[in-house]
Design a protein. Structure first.
Ligand code: NAD
Length: 518
């Protein structure tokens, strides 16, 4: 595997009847063989049960039982870190090619069973077929991309020649990683964060989000099938503030790889800086956090394309992406025309259970997300005028219909806070310059996009729109591994780039070896 040979996994064309049938078959296989299972945890290569368990339910249909999971406590989380620490010396000295081969086999196995994993995503987190297919494709991409990158990183590094010495610098693994992913890309981000750490030669404790342990447990089974030694990937489930917190604080934890909210990320940042009794290093933290992402619509642009892109970015997966567009900042000359085109299209979005073919708008993840969206809808009604909202939603799930709010001030709560639901704020600006200033007026800096045909404005925005992932004349979601290395600035995280050429270095340290020669 050469990194230069890497290509993104193609998305499935569900308009083809054979692909529809294959996906329906996978949905029924998942219903029959996976839903309702009780999943164990894994510590030190052994299955582990908790004293208590907790249940997962389908966010789109609460009557459907997704799975039962072990509710571990801090003691088991500590034991998992200690077991990972014991496994580290052997795994860290395995050949790079051996580790790469394990993950290349995993990518191939995932490709062969991709619809099964995607089907689980429809039930477990409420992804539409296309969104689920994208999540699974991204997981395959991460495995192959990081495998390829590790091979490159393992090549001899350039050092300056000195007469009488043989000098080398090589990258070595760093230790035990606490891997703490979110529920919104519960396959891609979970597998990507875990795989990068392991391919680098570290051992890990993985704690999936409470909302999405089933797909993580399926992936763990796949990793065992392709020959990953069971003791290098410890798998623990339970509340983040108990199990995750213990993993963060443990003195044997060498690094934390976290993706999730700003609030939890900042708490981990603080905790990870405290040196615990017996700790021999400063912990490293890779934190990818929230966003408040904008699309800036200029006076000169293809307005129809802009409207479609805003809709895709604001309501794809019900707005539950860190990259989701939650603010459309629109030039006053086209503001009314933009609104007139946007409103009927948003109002026409129909909600349905995501496992049904053609249903592209599903539920939000859980009762907390439902409440949060509804709270911001109330705020939006005070801060602006509701143009779209309400409509029929299926019974039995956590559905919030798409909302659009007009006339939102740039400093309003709806313009500043991450809602993480299908709520879009429209902000009118007098010119492009003011638009750029508004685009930069949040604490975040994750993604953003500009729609403009004006070359000067493109250049200005490339320089000054301060986000980690900036797009021109396209939506601000849908980053591809390798093509769009992903991660944000400011309160969006530690400025790392998932799926980017320097990602692996975060899980490695460089060792210089200098030998005197005659
Ligand atoms: P969250 O912060 O609630 O949870 C993330 C993970 O942290 C979960 O596994 C959770 O169990 C764990 N956790 C919670 N409290 C903890 C604690 N005290 N100690 C250790 N671990 C703890 O976030 P979420 O709701 O799962 O995900 C949504 C958030 O993730 C949004 O803010 C979104 O923007 C962000 N996100 C960012 C990116 C990115 O690349 N920047 C990608 C996806 C999601």
């Amino acid at each position: 595997m050469q990194l230069s040979d890497f290509r993104n996994e193609p998305f499935t064309d569900f308009s083809q009847p054979e692909n529809q049938q294959a996906f329906e078959a996978a949905l029924s296989k998942v219903r029959e063989e996976y839903l309702g299972r009780t999943w164990p945890c894994w510590i030190g290569g052994q299955e582990v049960s908790g004293k208590k368990t907790f249940e997962g339910r389908d966010p789109g249909d609460q009557s459907r039982h997704i799975g039962t999971y072990q509710e571990l406590g801090a003691a088991e989380a500590n034991r998992a870190v200690e077991q990972a620490y014991e496994a580290f010396p052997e795994w860290s000295r395995t050949d790079v090619q051996y580790r790469v081969d394990v993950f290349m086999r995993a990518a191939q196995a995932l490709r062969e069973r991709k619809h099964e994993f995607s089907a689980m995503l429809c039930y477990e987190v409420g992804k539409s077929w296309a969104e689920a297919d994208g999540d699974t494709a991204e997981a395959i991409d991460f495995l192959e991309y990081y495998a390829g990158q590790m091979l490159e990183t393992a090549q001899p590094q350039m050092v300056t020649p000195v007469a009488g010495e043989h000098n080398r610098m090589t990258y070595i693994p760093i230790g035990v990683g606490a891997i703490i992913p979110p529920w919104n890309f519960p396959l891609a981000i979970m597998a990507g964060m875990t795989a990068a750490a392991l391919i680098a030669g570290n051992t890990v404790v993985l704690k999936p989000a409470e909302q999405s342990p089933a797909v993580a447990a399926m992936w763990l089974e796949l990793m065992h099938e392709v020959g990953l030694p069971k003791n290098v990937l410890n798998f623990v489930t339970g509340p983040g503030e108990v199990v995750g917190a213990a993993m963060v604080k443990h003195p044997r934890t060498r690094f934390i790889s976290f993706t999730g909210s700003r609030q939890v990320g900042l708490w981990i940042h603080e905790q990870s800086a405290k040196v615990q009794k017996g700790q021999q290093w400063m912990k490293r933290l890779v934190a990818e956090m929230g966003g408040k992402d904008s699309m800036l619509i200029d006076a000169e642009c293809d307005l129809d394309a802009a409207v479609d892109a805003v809709i895709a970015a604001a309501y794809g997966f019900q707005g539950q992406k860190c990259s989701a567009c939650s603010r459309a900042i629109v030039h006053q000359d086209v503001y009314d025309a933009f609104k007139d085109k946007l409103v009927p299209k948003v109002a026409a979005i129909k909600a349905g259970h995501p496992a049904e073919y053609g249903s592209n708008f599903g539920p939000v993840i859980d009762p907390d997300a439902l409440k949060k969206s509804n709270d911001y809808i109330k705020i939006g009604k005070k801060e602006g005028k509701m143009l779209v909202g309400g409509g029929d939603a299926p019974d039995g799930g956590h559905y919030v219909m798409p909302h659009v709010f007009d006339g939102i001030a740039p400093d309003a709560k709806l313009a500043q806070d991450e809602v993480f639901g299908p709520v879009l704020a429209l902000i009118k600006v007098k010119d492009f310059e003011e638009g750029l200033q508004v685009a930069n007026n949040t604490d975040y800096g994750l993604t953003g996009s500009v729609f403009t045909d004006n070359e000067e404005h493109k250049k200005e925005a490339m320089d000054r729109f301060h986000v980690g992932n900036f797009y021109i004349n396209r939506k601000c979601t849908g980053a591809l591994v390798g093509a769009h290395p992903f991660g944000g600035f400011n309160m969006s995280g530690t400025d790392s780039k998932a799926g980017g050429p320097d990602y692996m270095l975060q899980f490695l340290q460089a060792k210089t070896i200098s030998e005197k020669v005659n």
